[in-house]
Design a protein around this ligand. Structure first.
Ligand SMILES: Nc1ncnc2c1ncn2[C@@H]1O[C@H](COP(=O)(O)OP(=O)(O)OP(=O)(O)O)[C@@H](O)[C@H]1O
Ligand SMILES: [Mg+2]
Length: 345
């Protein structure tokens, strides 16, 4: 046992947040070493990888015919397992020192709605990239560990991770997931709602990056006294010509209403399924929000208003899943690692 502990303390522990929008890697003792978009640019036909991460994202929607930029994890599912594997390998090999004498242990946070086949694909990719041990865990458990929530206490904690492709809501007590639910609605859906609204209301076609910029700059979930405006450019749906348009924050809020309501309803439903004693703890401690979607202006306020429960934003909402995955082994005992929150289905 003592030898194993020594081995474990020397071990390179790597936590990975395999997000549909962003992939982050945390290395114990070093912190976050990779934070890049989950995008891969490949050559059409041969599928040869041309670029990964930030460089590949710059090519998204702007590639010449023979190169395609792919988001292999769109909508919270592994839409393209081969490319996902290439992406994981690329990032991991970037951070693992060459000829490292101990192979790393890897913990990967993924949405709880992934299928068994998808989970295996992730695990395989990590082994192929050089892991000695791989654990795939729910991203909300990782987010809780990474936000320093005292999950070992016999008390209920709710964490709500709103990512790009999924929103995952979990109640954790005694290192275990008591209730967990995930919906395939997140920041991407917000962008799509904005695209749809602008097309329907103004006959203007805009791209995903413009929609995301609108959401981040003037998007909000709760009414605000200050009305902000932004000029956007797109293609007129009727004439096919480029055109400018001024959009204000009230319109963006209306466009976002539907996907936001779906998330609020899911949080309410999860609270409804929580055993009363744990629900009482949550009312006292509040709901912790994480993920890029939680940064949408006014969203924590709206959720607090709709549920009657206080809402706290995690200290590092975009990084807590990777940090928590990296700290998983030191947080969990070796006996409980396979029981709590890890997807050993
Ligand atoms: N300030 C902001 N306001 C609103 N939305 C934001 C902000 N910053 C980032 N986002 C959105 O957050 C989403 C990405 O969040 P995150 O990196 O947590 O997702 P992910 O972990 O890759 O996805 P998932 O957890 O679904 O697999 C994107 O939709 C992005 O537009
Ligand atoms: Mg995420």
């Amino acid at each position: 046992m003592a030898r194993r502990n020594l081995f474990d303390s020397l071990s390179l522990d790597i936590g990975i947040d395999l997000g549909t929008c962003n992939t982050l890697i945390y290395v114990r003792g070093k912190g976050i070493v990779i934070n890049e978009p989950s995008v891969v640019a490949v050559e059409r036909g041969t599928k040869r990888v041309v670029a990964v991460g930030s460089e590949a994202k710059r090519m998204l929607w702007k590639t010449p015919g023979d190169i395609i930029a792919i988001r292999p994890l769109r909508d919270g599912v592994i839409a393209d397992p081969d490319t996902t594997e290439k992406m994981i390998k690329y990032f991991i090999q970037k951070v693992i020192p060459r000829r490292w004498f101990v192979k790393p242990r890897m913990v990967i946070g993924v949405p709880s709605c992934i299928t068994e086949v998808e989970r295996r694909a992730v695990e395989d990719a990590a082994y192929k990239a050089g892991a000695r041990e791989v654990k795939v865990i729910h991203e909300s458990l990782a987010a809780a560990i990474g936000s320093d929530i005292p999950i070992h206490e016999p008390a209920g904690h709710m964490i709500c991770d709103i990512g790009g492709g999924t929103s995952e809501i979990s109640v954790i007590s005694l290192k275990g997931m008591v209730v967990t639910s995930a919906i395939r609605v997140g920041g991407d859906e917000f962008d799509e709602a904005i695209i749809k609204h602008i097309r329907n209301a103004h006959n203007l076609i805009i791209g995903e990056q413009t929609a995301e910029r609108l959401k981040i700059e003037i998007g909000n979930a709760s009414p605000d006294k200050i009305i902000e405006k932004v000029e956007i450019k797109g293609t007129d749906a009727i004439t096919g010509l480029p055109r400018r348009l001024e959009i204000d924050s009230v319109e963006v809020r209306e466009a976002l209403q539907e996907p936001i309501n779906q998330i609020v309803e899911e949080i309410k439903r999860t609270l409804g399924q929580t055993p009363p004693e744990l629900a009482a703890d949550i009312v006292e401690r509040g709901i912790v929000m994480a993920g890029g979607g939680s940064l949408l202006k006014g969203l924590p306020k709206l959720i607090a208003k709709e549920t009657g429960v206080p809402v706290i934003l995690a200290e590092r909402p975009l990084e807590c899943v990777a940090i928590g995955a990296g700290k998983f082994f030191e947080t969990m005992n070796s006996q409980d690692g396979s029981l709590y929150g890890s997807l050993n289905i």
